[in-house]
Design a protein around this ligand. Structure first.
Ligand code: C5P
Length: 288
């Protein structure tokens, strides 16, 4: 096998709770990741020199060394000896810096693709360990699951087996938000240095309490993102006025998500958005 084509899907966070700020500067989360049908495309081609070449249709992602795939390539080359290299063609459809995990998905699917293309036979646990060094959202995309709980800084993944099938209207404000800057604006309580096992055990004991459930659409990052871009509040109010019963921001934003059980409902909302605000970029997608 000399080449491989892969789809690299986006995610939305159906729930995102910030439990506090950790001594290492990261924030402790309880989040629900959900994979959606909006996908980038990756083509990997083996080349005889041990290096990474990257072609991308997105103007902001043209410099190889600044692309998250380069980080994945570096870590992989340190972990295994690769005599050959790879030429990557990345066709972006997922907006950049949008809270949809596009870059994280690209990095994860690069690792999954390299594992197949080079017959590396790396077990999932090794791929997960590489993924968590690349970014907090990357491990979710290594797991073969539609939906998963993310604990720790988001990198500790518990797949959800009976995930529902939803339709989504995604609305893309005409700006991006840097995840780090959004987190910097949070005023989360300081956490003591609990070991991950203790935190995770505590999470499960919480879940057993009858009044603890994940209210879909909660996003504790919204206040911080809206402090940077107040128009996000207006956008949510606008979509709610058009009849959406569950509308929220994904991840650190700025993408706004309206959640629907029926395709017809999502289509009706999209039509209304396009009629009233034809300049707003919006689309429909579904669970993947
Ligand atoms: O893990 P990742 O590199 O994607 O995170 C980007 C930035 O977002 C981090 O440098 C950190 O400032 C912030 N972050 C955080 N808590 C998390 C995830 C990310 O504070 N759970």
């Amino acid at each position: 096998m000399n080449s491989l084509a892969l789809k690299s899907p986006a995610k939305v966070n159906l729930y995102l709770e910030v439990l506090g700020k950790r001594p290492d500067g990261y924030h402790e989360l309880r989040t629900l990741f959900h994979r959606i049908s909006l996908c980038d495309e990756l083509i990997l081609r083996r080349i005889p020199e041990s290096k990474l070449l990257l072609e991308c249709n997105h103007p902001k992602l043209k410099r190889v060394q600044e692309n998250i795939i380069y980080k994945a390539w570096k870590l992989l080359s340190q972990a295994v000896h690769l005599t050959d290299g790879v030429r990557v063609t990345l066709r972006k459809k997922i907006p950049v810096a949008a809270g949809l995990g596009g870059g994280s998905s690209n990095a994860a699917h690069f690792l999954l693709g390299m594992n197949r293309l080079f017959n590396l036979e790396l077990p999932r646990v090794t791929l997960l360990r590489l993924a968590e060094q690349i970014g907090s959202d990357v491990p979710f995309f290594i797991e073969d699951t539609r939906e998963a709980l993310g604990l720790g800084r988001g990198e500790f993944i518990i797949p959800v087996s009976a995930a529902k099938n939803y339709w989504f209207v995604l609305v893309f404000p005409p700006f991006g938000l840097a995840t780090r800057e959004v987190y910097e604006r949070l005023h989360a309580p300081k956490l003591t240095g609990l070991k991950p096992t203790v935190r995770i055990a505590r999470y499960f004991s919480d879940c057993e309490k009858p009044n603890v459930s994940l209210k879909l659409g909660r996003n504790d990052l919204f206040k911080a993102s809206a402090a940077m871009r107040p128009e996000l509040k207006d956008l949510i109010a606008f979509i709610r006025q058009l009849g959406s019963k569950r509308v929220f921001m994904s991840g650190s934003g700025p993408t706004i998500v309206s959640l629907h059980a029926q395709k017809s409902e999502a289509k009706r909302l999209l039509k209304s958005i396009q009629r009233i605000k034809p300049d707003l970029h919006a689309l429909i997608c579904k669970s993947y």
